[in-house]
Design a protein around this ligand. Structure first.
Ligand SMILES: [Ca+2]
Length: 391
């Protein structure tokens, strides 16, 4: 073989060898690539078999998506029992939490005042665009007939509020105010002084509530008044023949009695109720020396009760709340007898210094529906009579 032929064979051999090596390299490369890809795919699909570097996966996704952040999490595959797969869970952007305003602690809840269902509170005097000022700032000095008598008509029209305020009734021989058939009345900040009949045995009240058999007295507020030198009672409720007296409030009044005058600060007779008597101050009431007691005082005769709640010809008192009153320096502070079927509640009153003979703070007769609570008794000759426990 010539040298030329040998050279050609050598070249052909090298070309063959080069092509085979190249092909072999390509085949090996493809095999390796497939093997690695399959391995990675297997590992990704079977994270439980070997921990996947979730951090690096998440980082890769972050890098790919730029602003994304989050984490790779393993979740159960609902389509395969025991199967799991991983997902990238972007972090949910949360707004900057606004600090909550520090709230002041809530005010302590006031202890609710228990009101028996049998004793509804009076409805408040309805506010009304219609008011009738009967008196404001006037003085009635020396009168021999009633100044204001509300008996039907506008007086009984509950949509119109009648107001008697800031007036002085003094030196009269008749009752200053009479409510006979009346609704929605406000009597406040008045003075009642020296109202007396000056006739032995005949008492005269400052305010008399005296419905007849057809009269209705409802939604009445008497507050902030001052009573002194009244021949009989500061306020008598139930003087007439009717009993329809309801939603009646006597609040924050002052009553002054004396040996020389007066029966009672407050005298409650037959009522339907509710009647609320609260925040009043009454003191100084003594036995009234009427002719039937051997005297000539202008009253019908009373043993000296500051407040009396009792039966009369118009019926029995009923549905009454007496609370937060100051009852002191009387022969009997509060006397209760012959109630109607429903409750009377006597609570949180301050009953003290009732020492004039017999000096009984609270006297109860013929009544089983008296509920006592929270009253204080100080320096009375006898705190309670006819009821126990005295509380
Ligand atoms: Ca009386």
């Amino acid at each position: 073989m010539s040298n030329r032929n040998m050279s050609m064979l050598h070249t052909m051999y090298h070309q063959f060898k080069t092509n085979e090596l190249f092909k072999l390299g390509v085949v090996l490369f493809l095999i390796t690539t497939l093997a690695v890809t399959a391995y990675i795919g297997y590992k990704v699909r079977n994270p439980q078999s070997q921990a996947v570097d979730q951090t690096s996966v998440a980082t890769a996704v972050e890098a790919e998506n730029g602003s994304l952040s989050g984490a790779v999490v393993t979740v159960n595959d609902p389509n395969a029992s025991g199967g799991k797969y991983i997902v990238f869970k972007p972090a949910i952007a949360t707004s900057t939490p606004v600090p909550s305003v520090t709230q002041s602690p809530p005010n302590p809840t006031q202890t609710p005042t228990p009101i028996p269902t049998s004793l509804p509170l009076p409805t408040s005097t309805p506010s009304s665009s219609q008011t009738r000022i009967l008196c404001d700032g006037k003085t009635y000095d020396g009168f021999s007939s009633t100044i204001f008598k509300l008996d039907g008509g506008e007086g009984a029209d509950g949509s119109i509020q009648k107001i008697i305020r800031n007036c002085i009734f003094r030196n009269g021989t008749a009752r200053a105010i009479v409510l006979k058939n009346a609704k929605n009345v406000l009597i406040e900040n008045n003075t009642f002084q020296n109202i007396r009949s000056n006739q032995p045995g005949i008492g005269t009240h400052g305010i008399a509530v005296s419905p007849d058999s057809v009269g209705v007295v409802d939604t009445i507020v008497i507050r902030g008044n001052y009573f002194t030198e009244i021949g009989a009672d500061g306020i008598q409720v139930g003087e007439g023949t009717g009993i329809k007296i309801s939603n009646f409030t006597i609040d924050n009044n002052t009553f002054i009695g004396d040996e020389a005058w007066g029966e009672n600060a407050i005298d409650i007779k037959g009522t339907i109720g509710p009647i609320v008597i609260r925040n009043n101050d009454l003191h100084g009431f003594r036995e009234c020396q009427s002719p039937k007691r051997g005297g000539n005082q202008d009253c019908s005769g009373s043993p000296g009760e500051g407040m009396v709640i009792h039966q009369a010809s118009n019926g029995n008192p009923d549905n009454i709340l007496v609370e937060n009153n100051r009852i002191h320096d009387n022969q009997f502070g509060l006397s209760i007898s012959n109630l109607g079927p429903n409750s009377i509640i006597v609570r949180n009153n301050i009953i003290y210094d009732n020492r004039a003979n017999p000096g009984i703070g609270l006297l109860v007769n013929n009544s089983s529906n008296v509920q006592l609570s929270g009253n204080s008794y100080t320096n009375n000759n006898t705190n309670c009579s006819g009821i126990s426990p005295c509380q």
